[in-house]
Design a binder for this molecule. Structure first.
Ligand code: FAD
Length: 369
């Protein structure tokens, strides 16, 4: 088996934080694995805040030094207007782990992929998963780029494809959507420098999230529910109107014109069971978090770490290892739901608002079900 060029013990689809953390862990455990990543080179993704309590995990994964690189910034917490009209600094300082980090996300993705490449050459970059066929003993995955189609054979396959959980979909396993929150995102160039930080501000129909993108560019996101999303031609007016409703952002940021607005899912979703006979899901593919939690990246790295160890144990004959993985990640997800509800409950200013009433009723249903 080991002689075949496209045959591995474990095939990982997705080269984001979850996929690379899994690959690093498996490689360290002596498991022959490969990563397939759809993009030829890393892309800049949404999400940049890493909380202080992620540090022990980063250390265990051997990537704390990557985050201490000068391109990332030490970070003490977001500015937030939530639950009352004040803009408050939500400090990490009280955390016994000290500061968190504000990532240069593109640089971080590049660092992770370089680290993996330096230890293991099995990296199919620019190849997309097209098909997966799985039986009790092996998995056959068809991947393709612009010039060729390959078939990779493996004993086990990992879904690290992010929110859309592509491997699961190919295997006929669906994610459950807990809500229909979407992000409307756009970038603006800055005419004058503003502090390098994340600002969150709630309004009647959702909430704003503003974060640095490049040195002189910001990414702005408005989170709302699918029912409230305007038609394409009304999107800019809707966003300008939501911005005018803010008490603080309006004074800090002037948005004259919005060029391109992207709409992306940004709610909570999960797999009923994050593994099967010879597959396991990590990161957003298994559990996708509401961005208000800043859980996504850390959780992707953690599930890659625990998932990697579980799969290595499983391949070494420990049948219960995948169940232990489920126990750990499922409990973390339940704890997240409780914190999420508590956070949304803080906002009581718009009692008639569809967004705020609907948000809480959906989340509350989840805890009683
Ligand atoms: C608006 C927004 C704001 C956020 N803010 C934060 C934040 O402040 N802090 C935080 O921690 N998290 C945040 N997140 C979440 C965070 O970005 C994600 O949780 C994190 O990227 C998940 O990592 P992952 O590796 O599971 O998935 P991803 O990073 O999505 O990586 C999946 C990879 O799989 C590849 N792939 C997908 N399909 C295929 C295929 N068919 N074939 C081959 N390759 C494929 C993709 O190219 C991608 O590189 C935010 C998310 C959103 C949407």
């Amino acid at each position: 088996m080991e002689n075949d060029k496209h045959t591995y013990q474990v095939l990982i689809i997705g080269g984001g934080p979850a996929g690379i953390a899994t690959a690093i862990t498996l490689h360290a455990r002596g498991i022959r694995c490969c990563v397939v990543e759809g993009h030829q080179s890393p892309i800049r993704k949404s999400g940049e805040a890493i909380p202080p309590n992620a540090k022990p995990l980063l250390k265990q994964l051997g990537i704390l030094s990557l985050i201490e690189d000068e391109k990332h910034e030490v970070y003490y917490g977001n500015k937030s207007c939530w639950g009352n009209d004040q803009l408050e600094q939500k400090e990490f300082l009280a955390d016994r782990m000290g500061h968190g980090f504000l990532l240069d996300r593109l640089h971080f993705e590049t660092q992770l992929q370089d680290l993996y490449k330096n230890t293991n050459n099995a990296f199919y970059k620019g190849y997309k998963l097209k098909k997966v066929v799985s039986d009790e003993t092996k998995t056959l995955a068809t991947i393709e780029n612009t010039t060729e189609t390959l078939t990779i054979t493996s004993d086990f396959i990992i879904d690290a494809t992010g929110r859309k959980a592509s491997v699961c979909r190919h295997l006929g396993v669906q994610k459950e959507e807990l809500d229909t929150q979407f992000a409307m995102t756009f970038n603006i160039k800055l005419s004058k420098a503003i502090p390098n930080e994340i600002i969150v501000e709630a309004t009647e129909n959702g909430w704003w999230y503003v974060a640095p993108f490049t040195e002189n560019e910001l990414t702005m996101m408005f989170f709302t529910l699918q029912t409230l999303l305007p038609s394409k031609e009304n999107r800019e007016n809707f966003l300008q109107s939501e911005l005018r409703k803010t008490k603080h952002l309006l004074k800090i940021i002037q948005v004259k014109q919005i060029d391109t607005i992207k709409i992306m899912p940004a709610g909570t979703s999960y797999l009923q069971i994050p593994f099967g006979e010879n597959w396991l899901a990590v990161g957003d593919a298994a559990y996708s978090y509401d961005p208000i939690s800043s859980y996504g990246i850390t959780s992707a790295l953690a599930s890659g770490f625990y998932g990697g160890h579980a799969v290595a144990d499983f391949l070494n004959g420990k049948q219960e290892a995948l169940h232990v993985y489920r126990y750990v990640v499922e409990n973390a997800f339940r704890a997240y739901i409780q914190k999420l509800i508590a956070h949304y409950e803080l906002e009581k200013r718009w009692k008639q608002s569809y967004y705020w009433t609907h948000r809480l009723s959906v989340l509350a249903t989840e805890t009683t079900s």
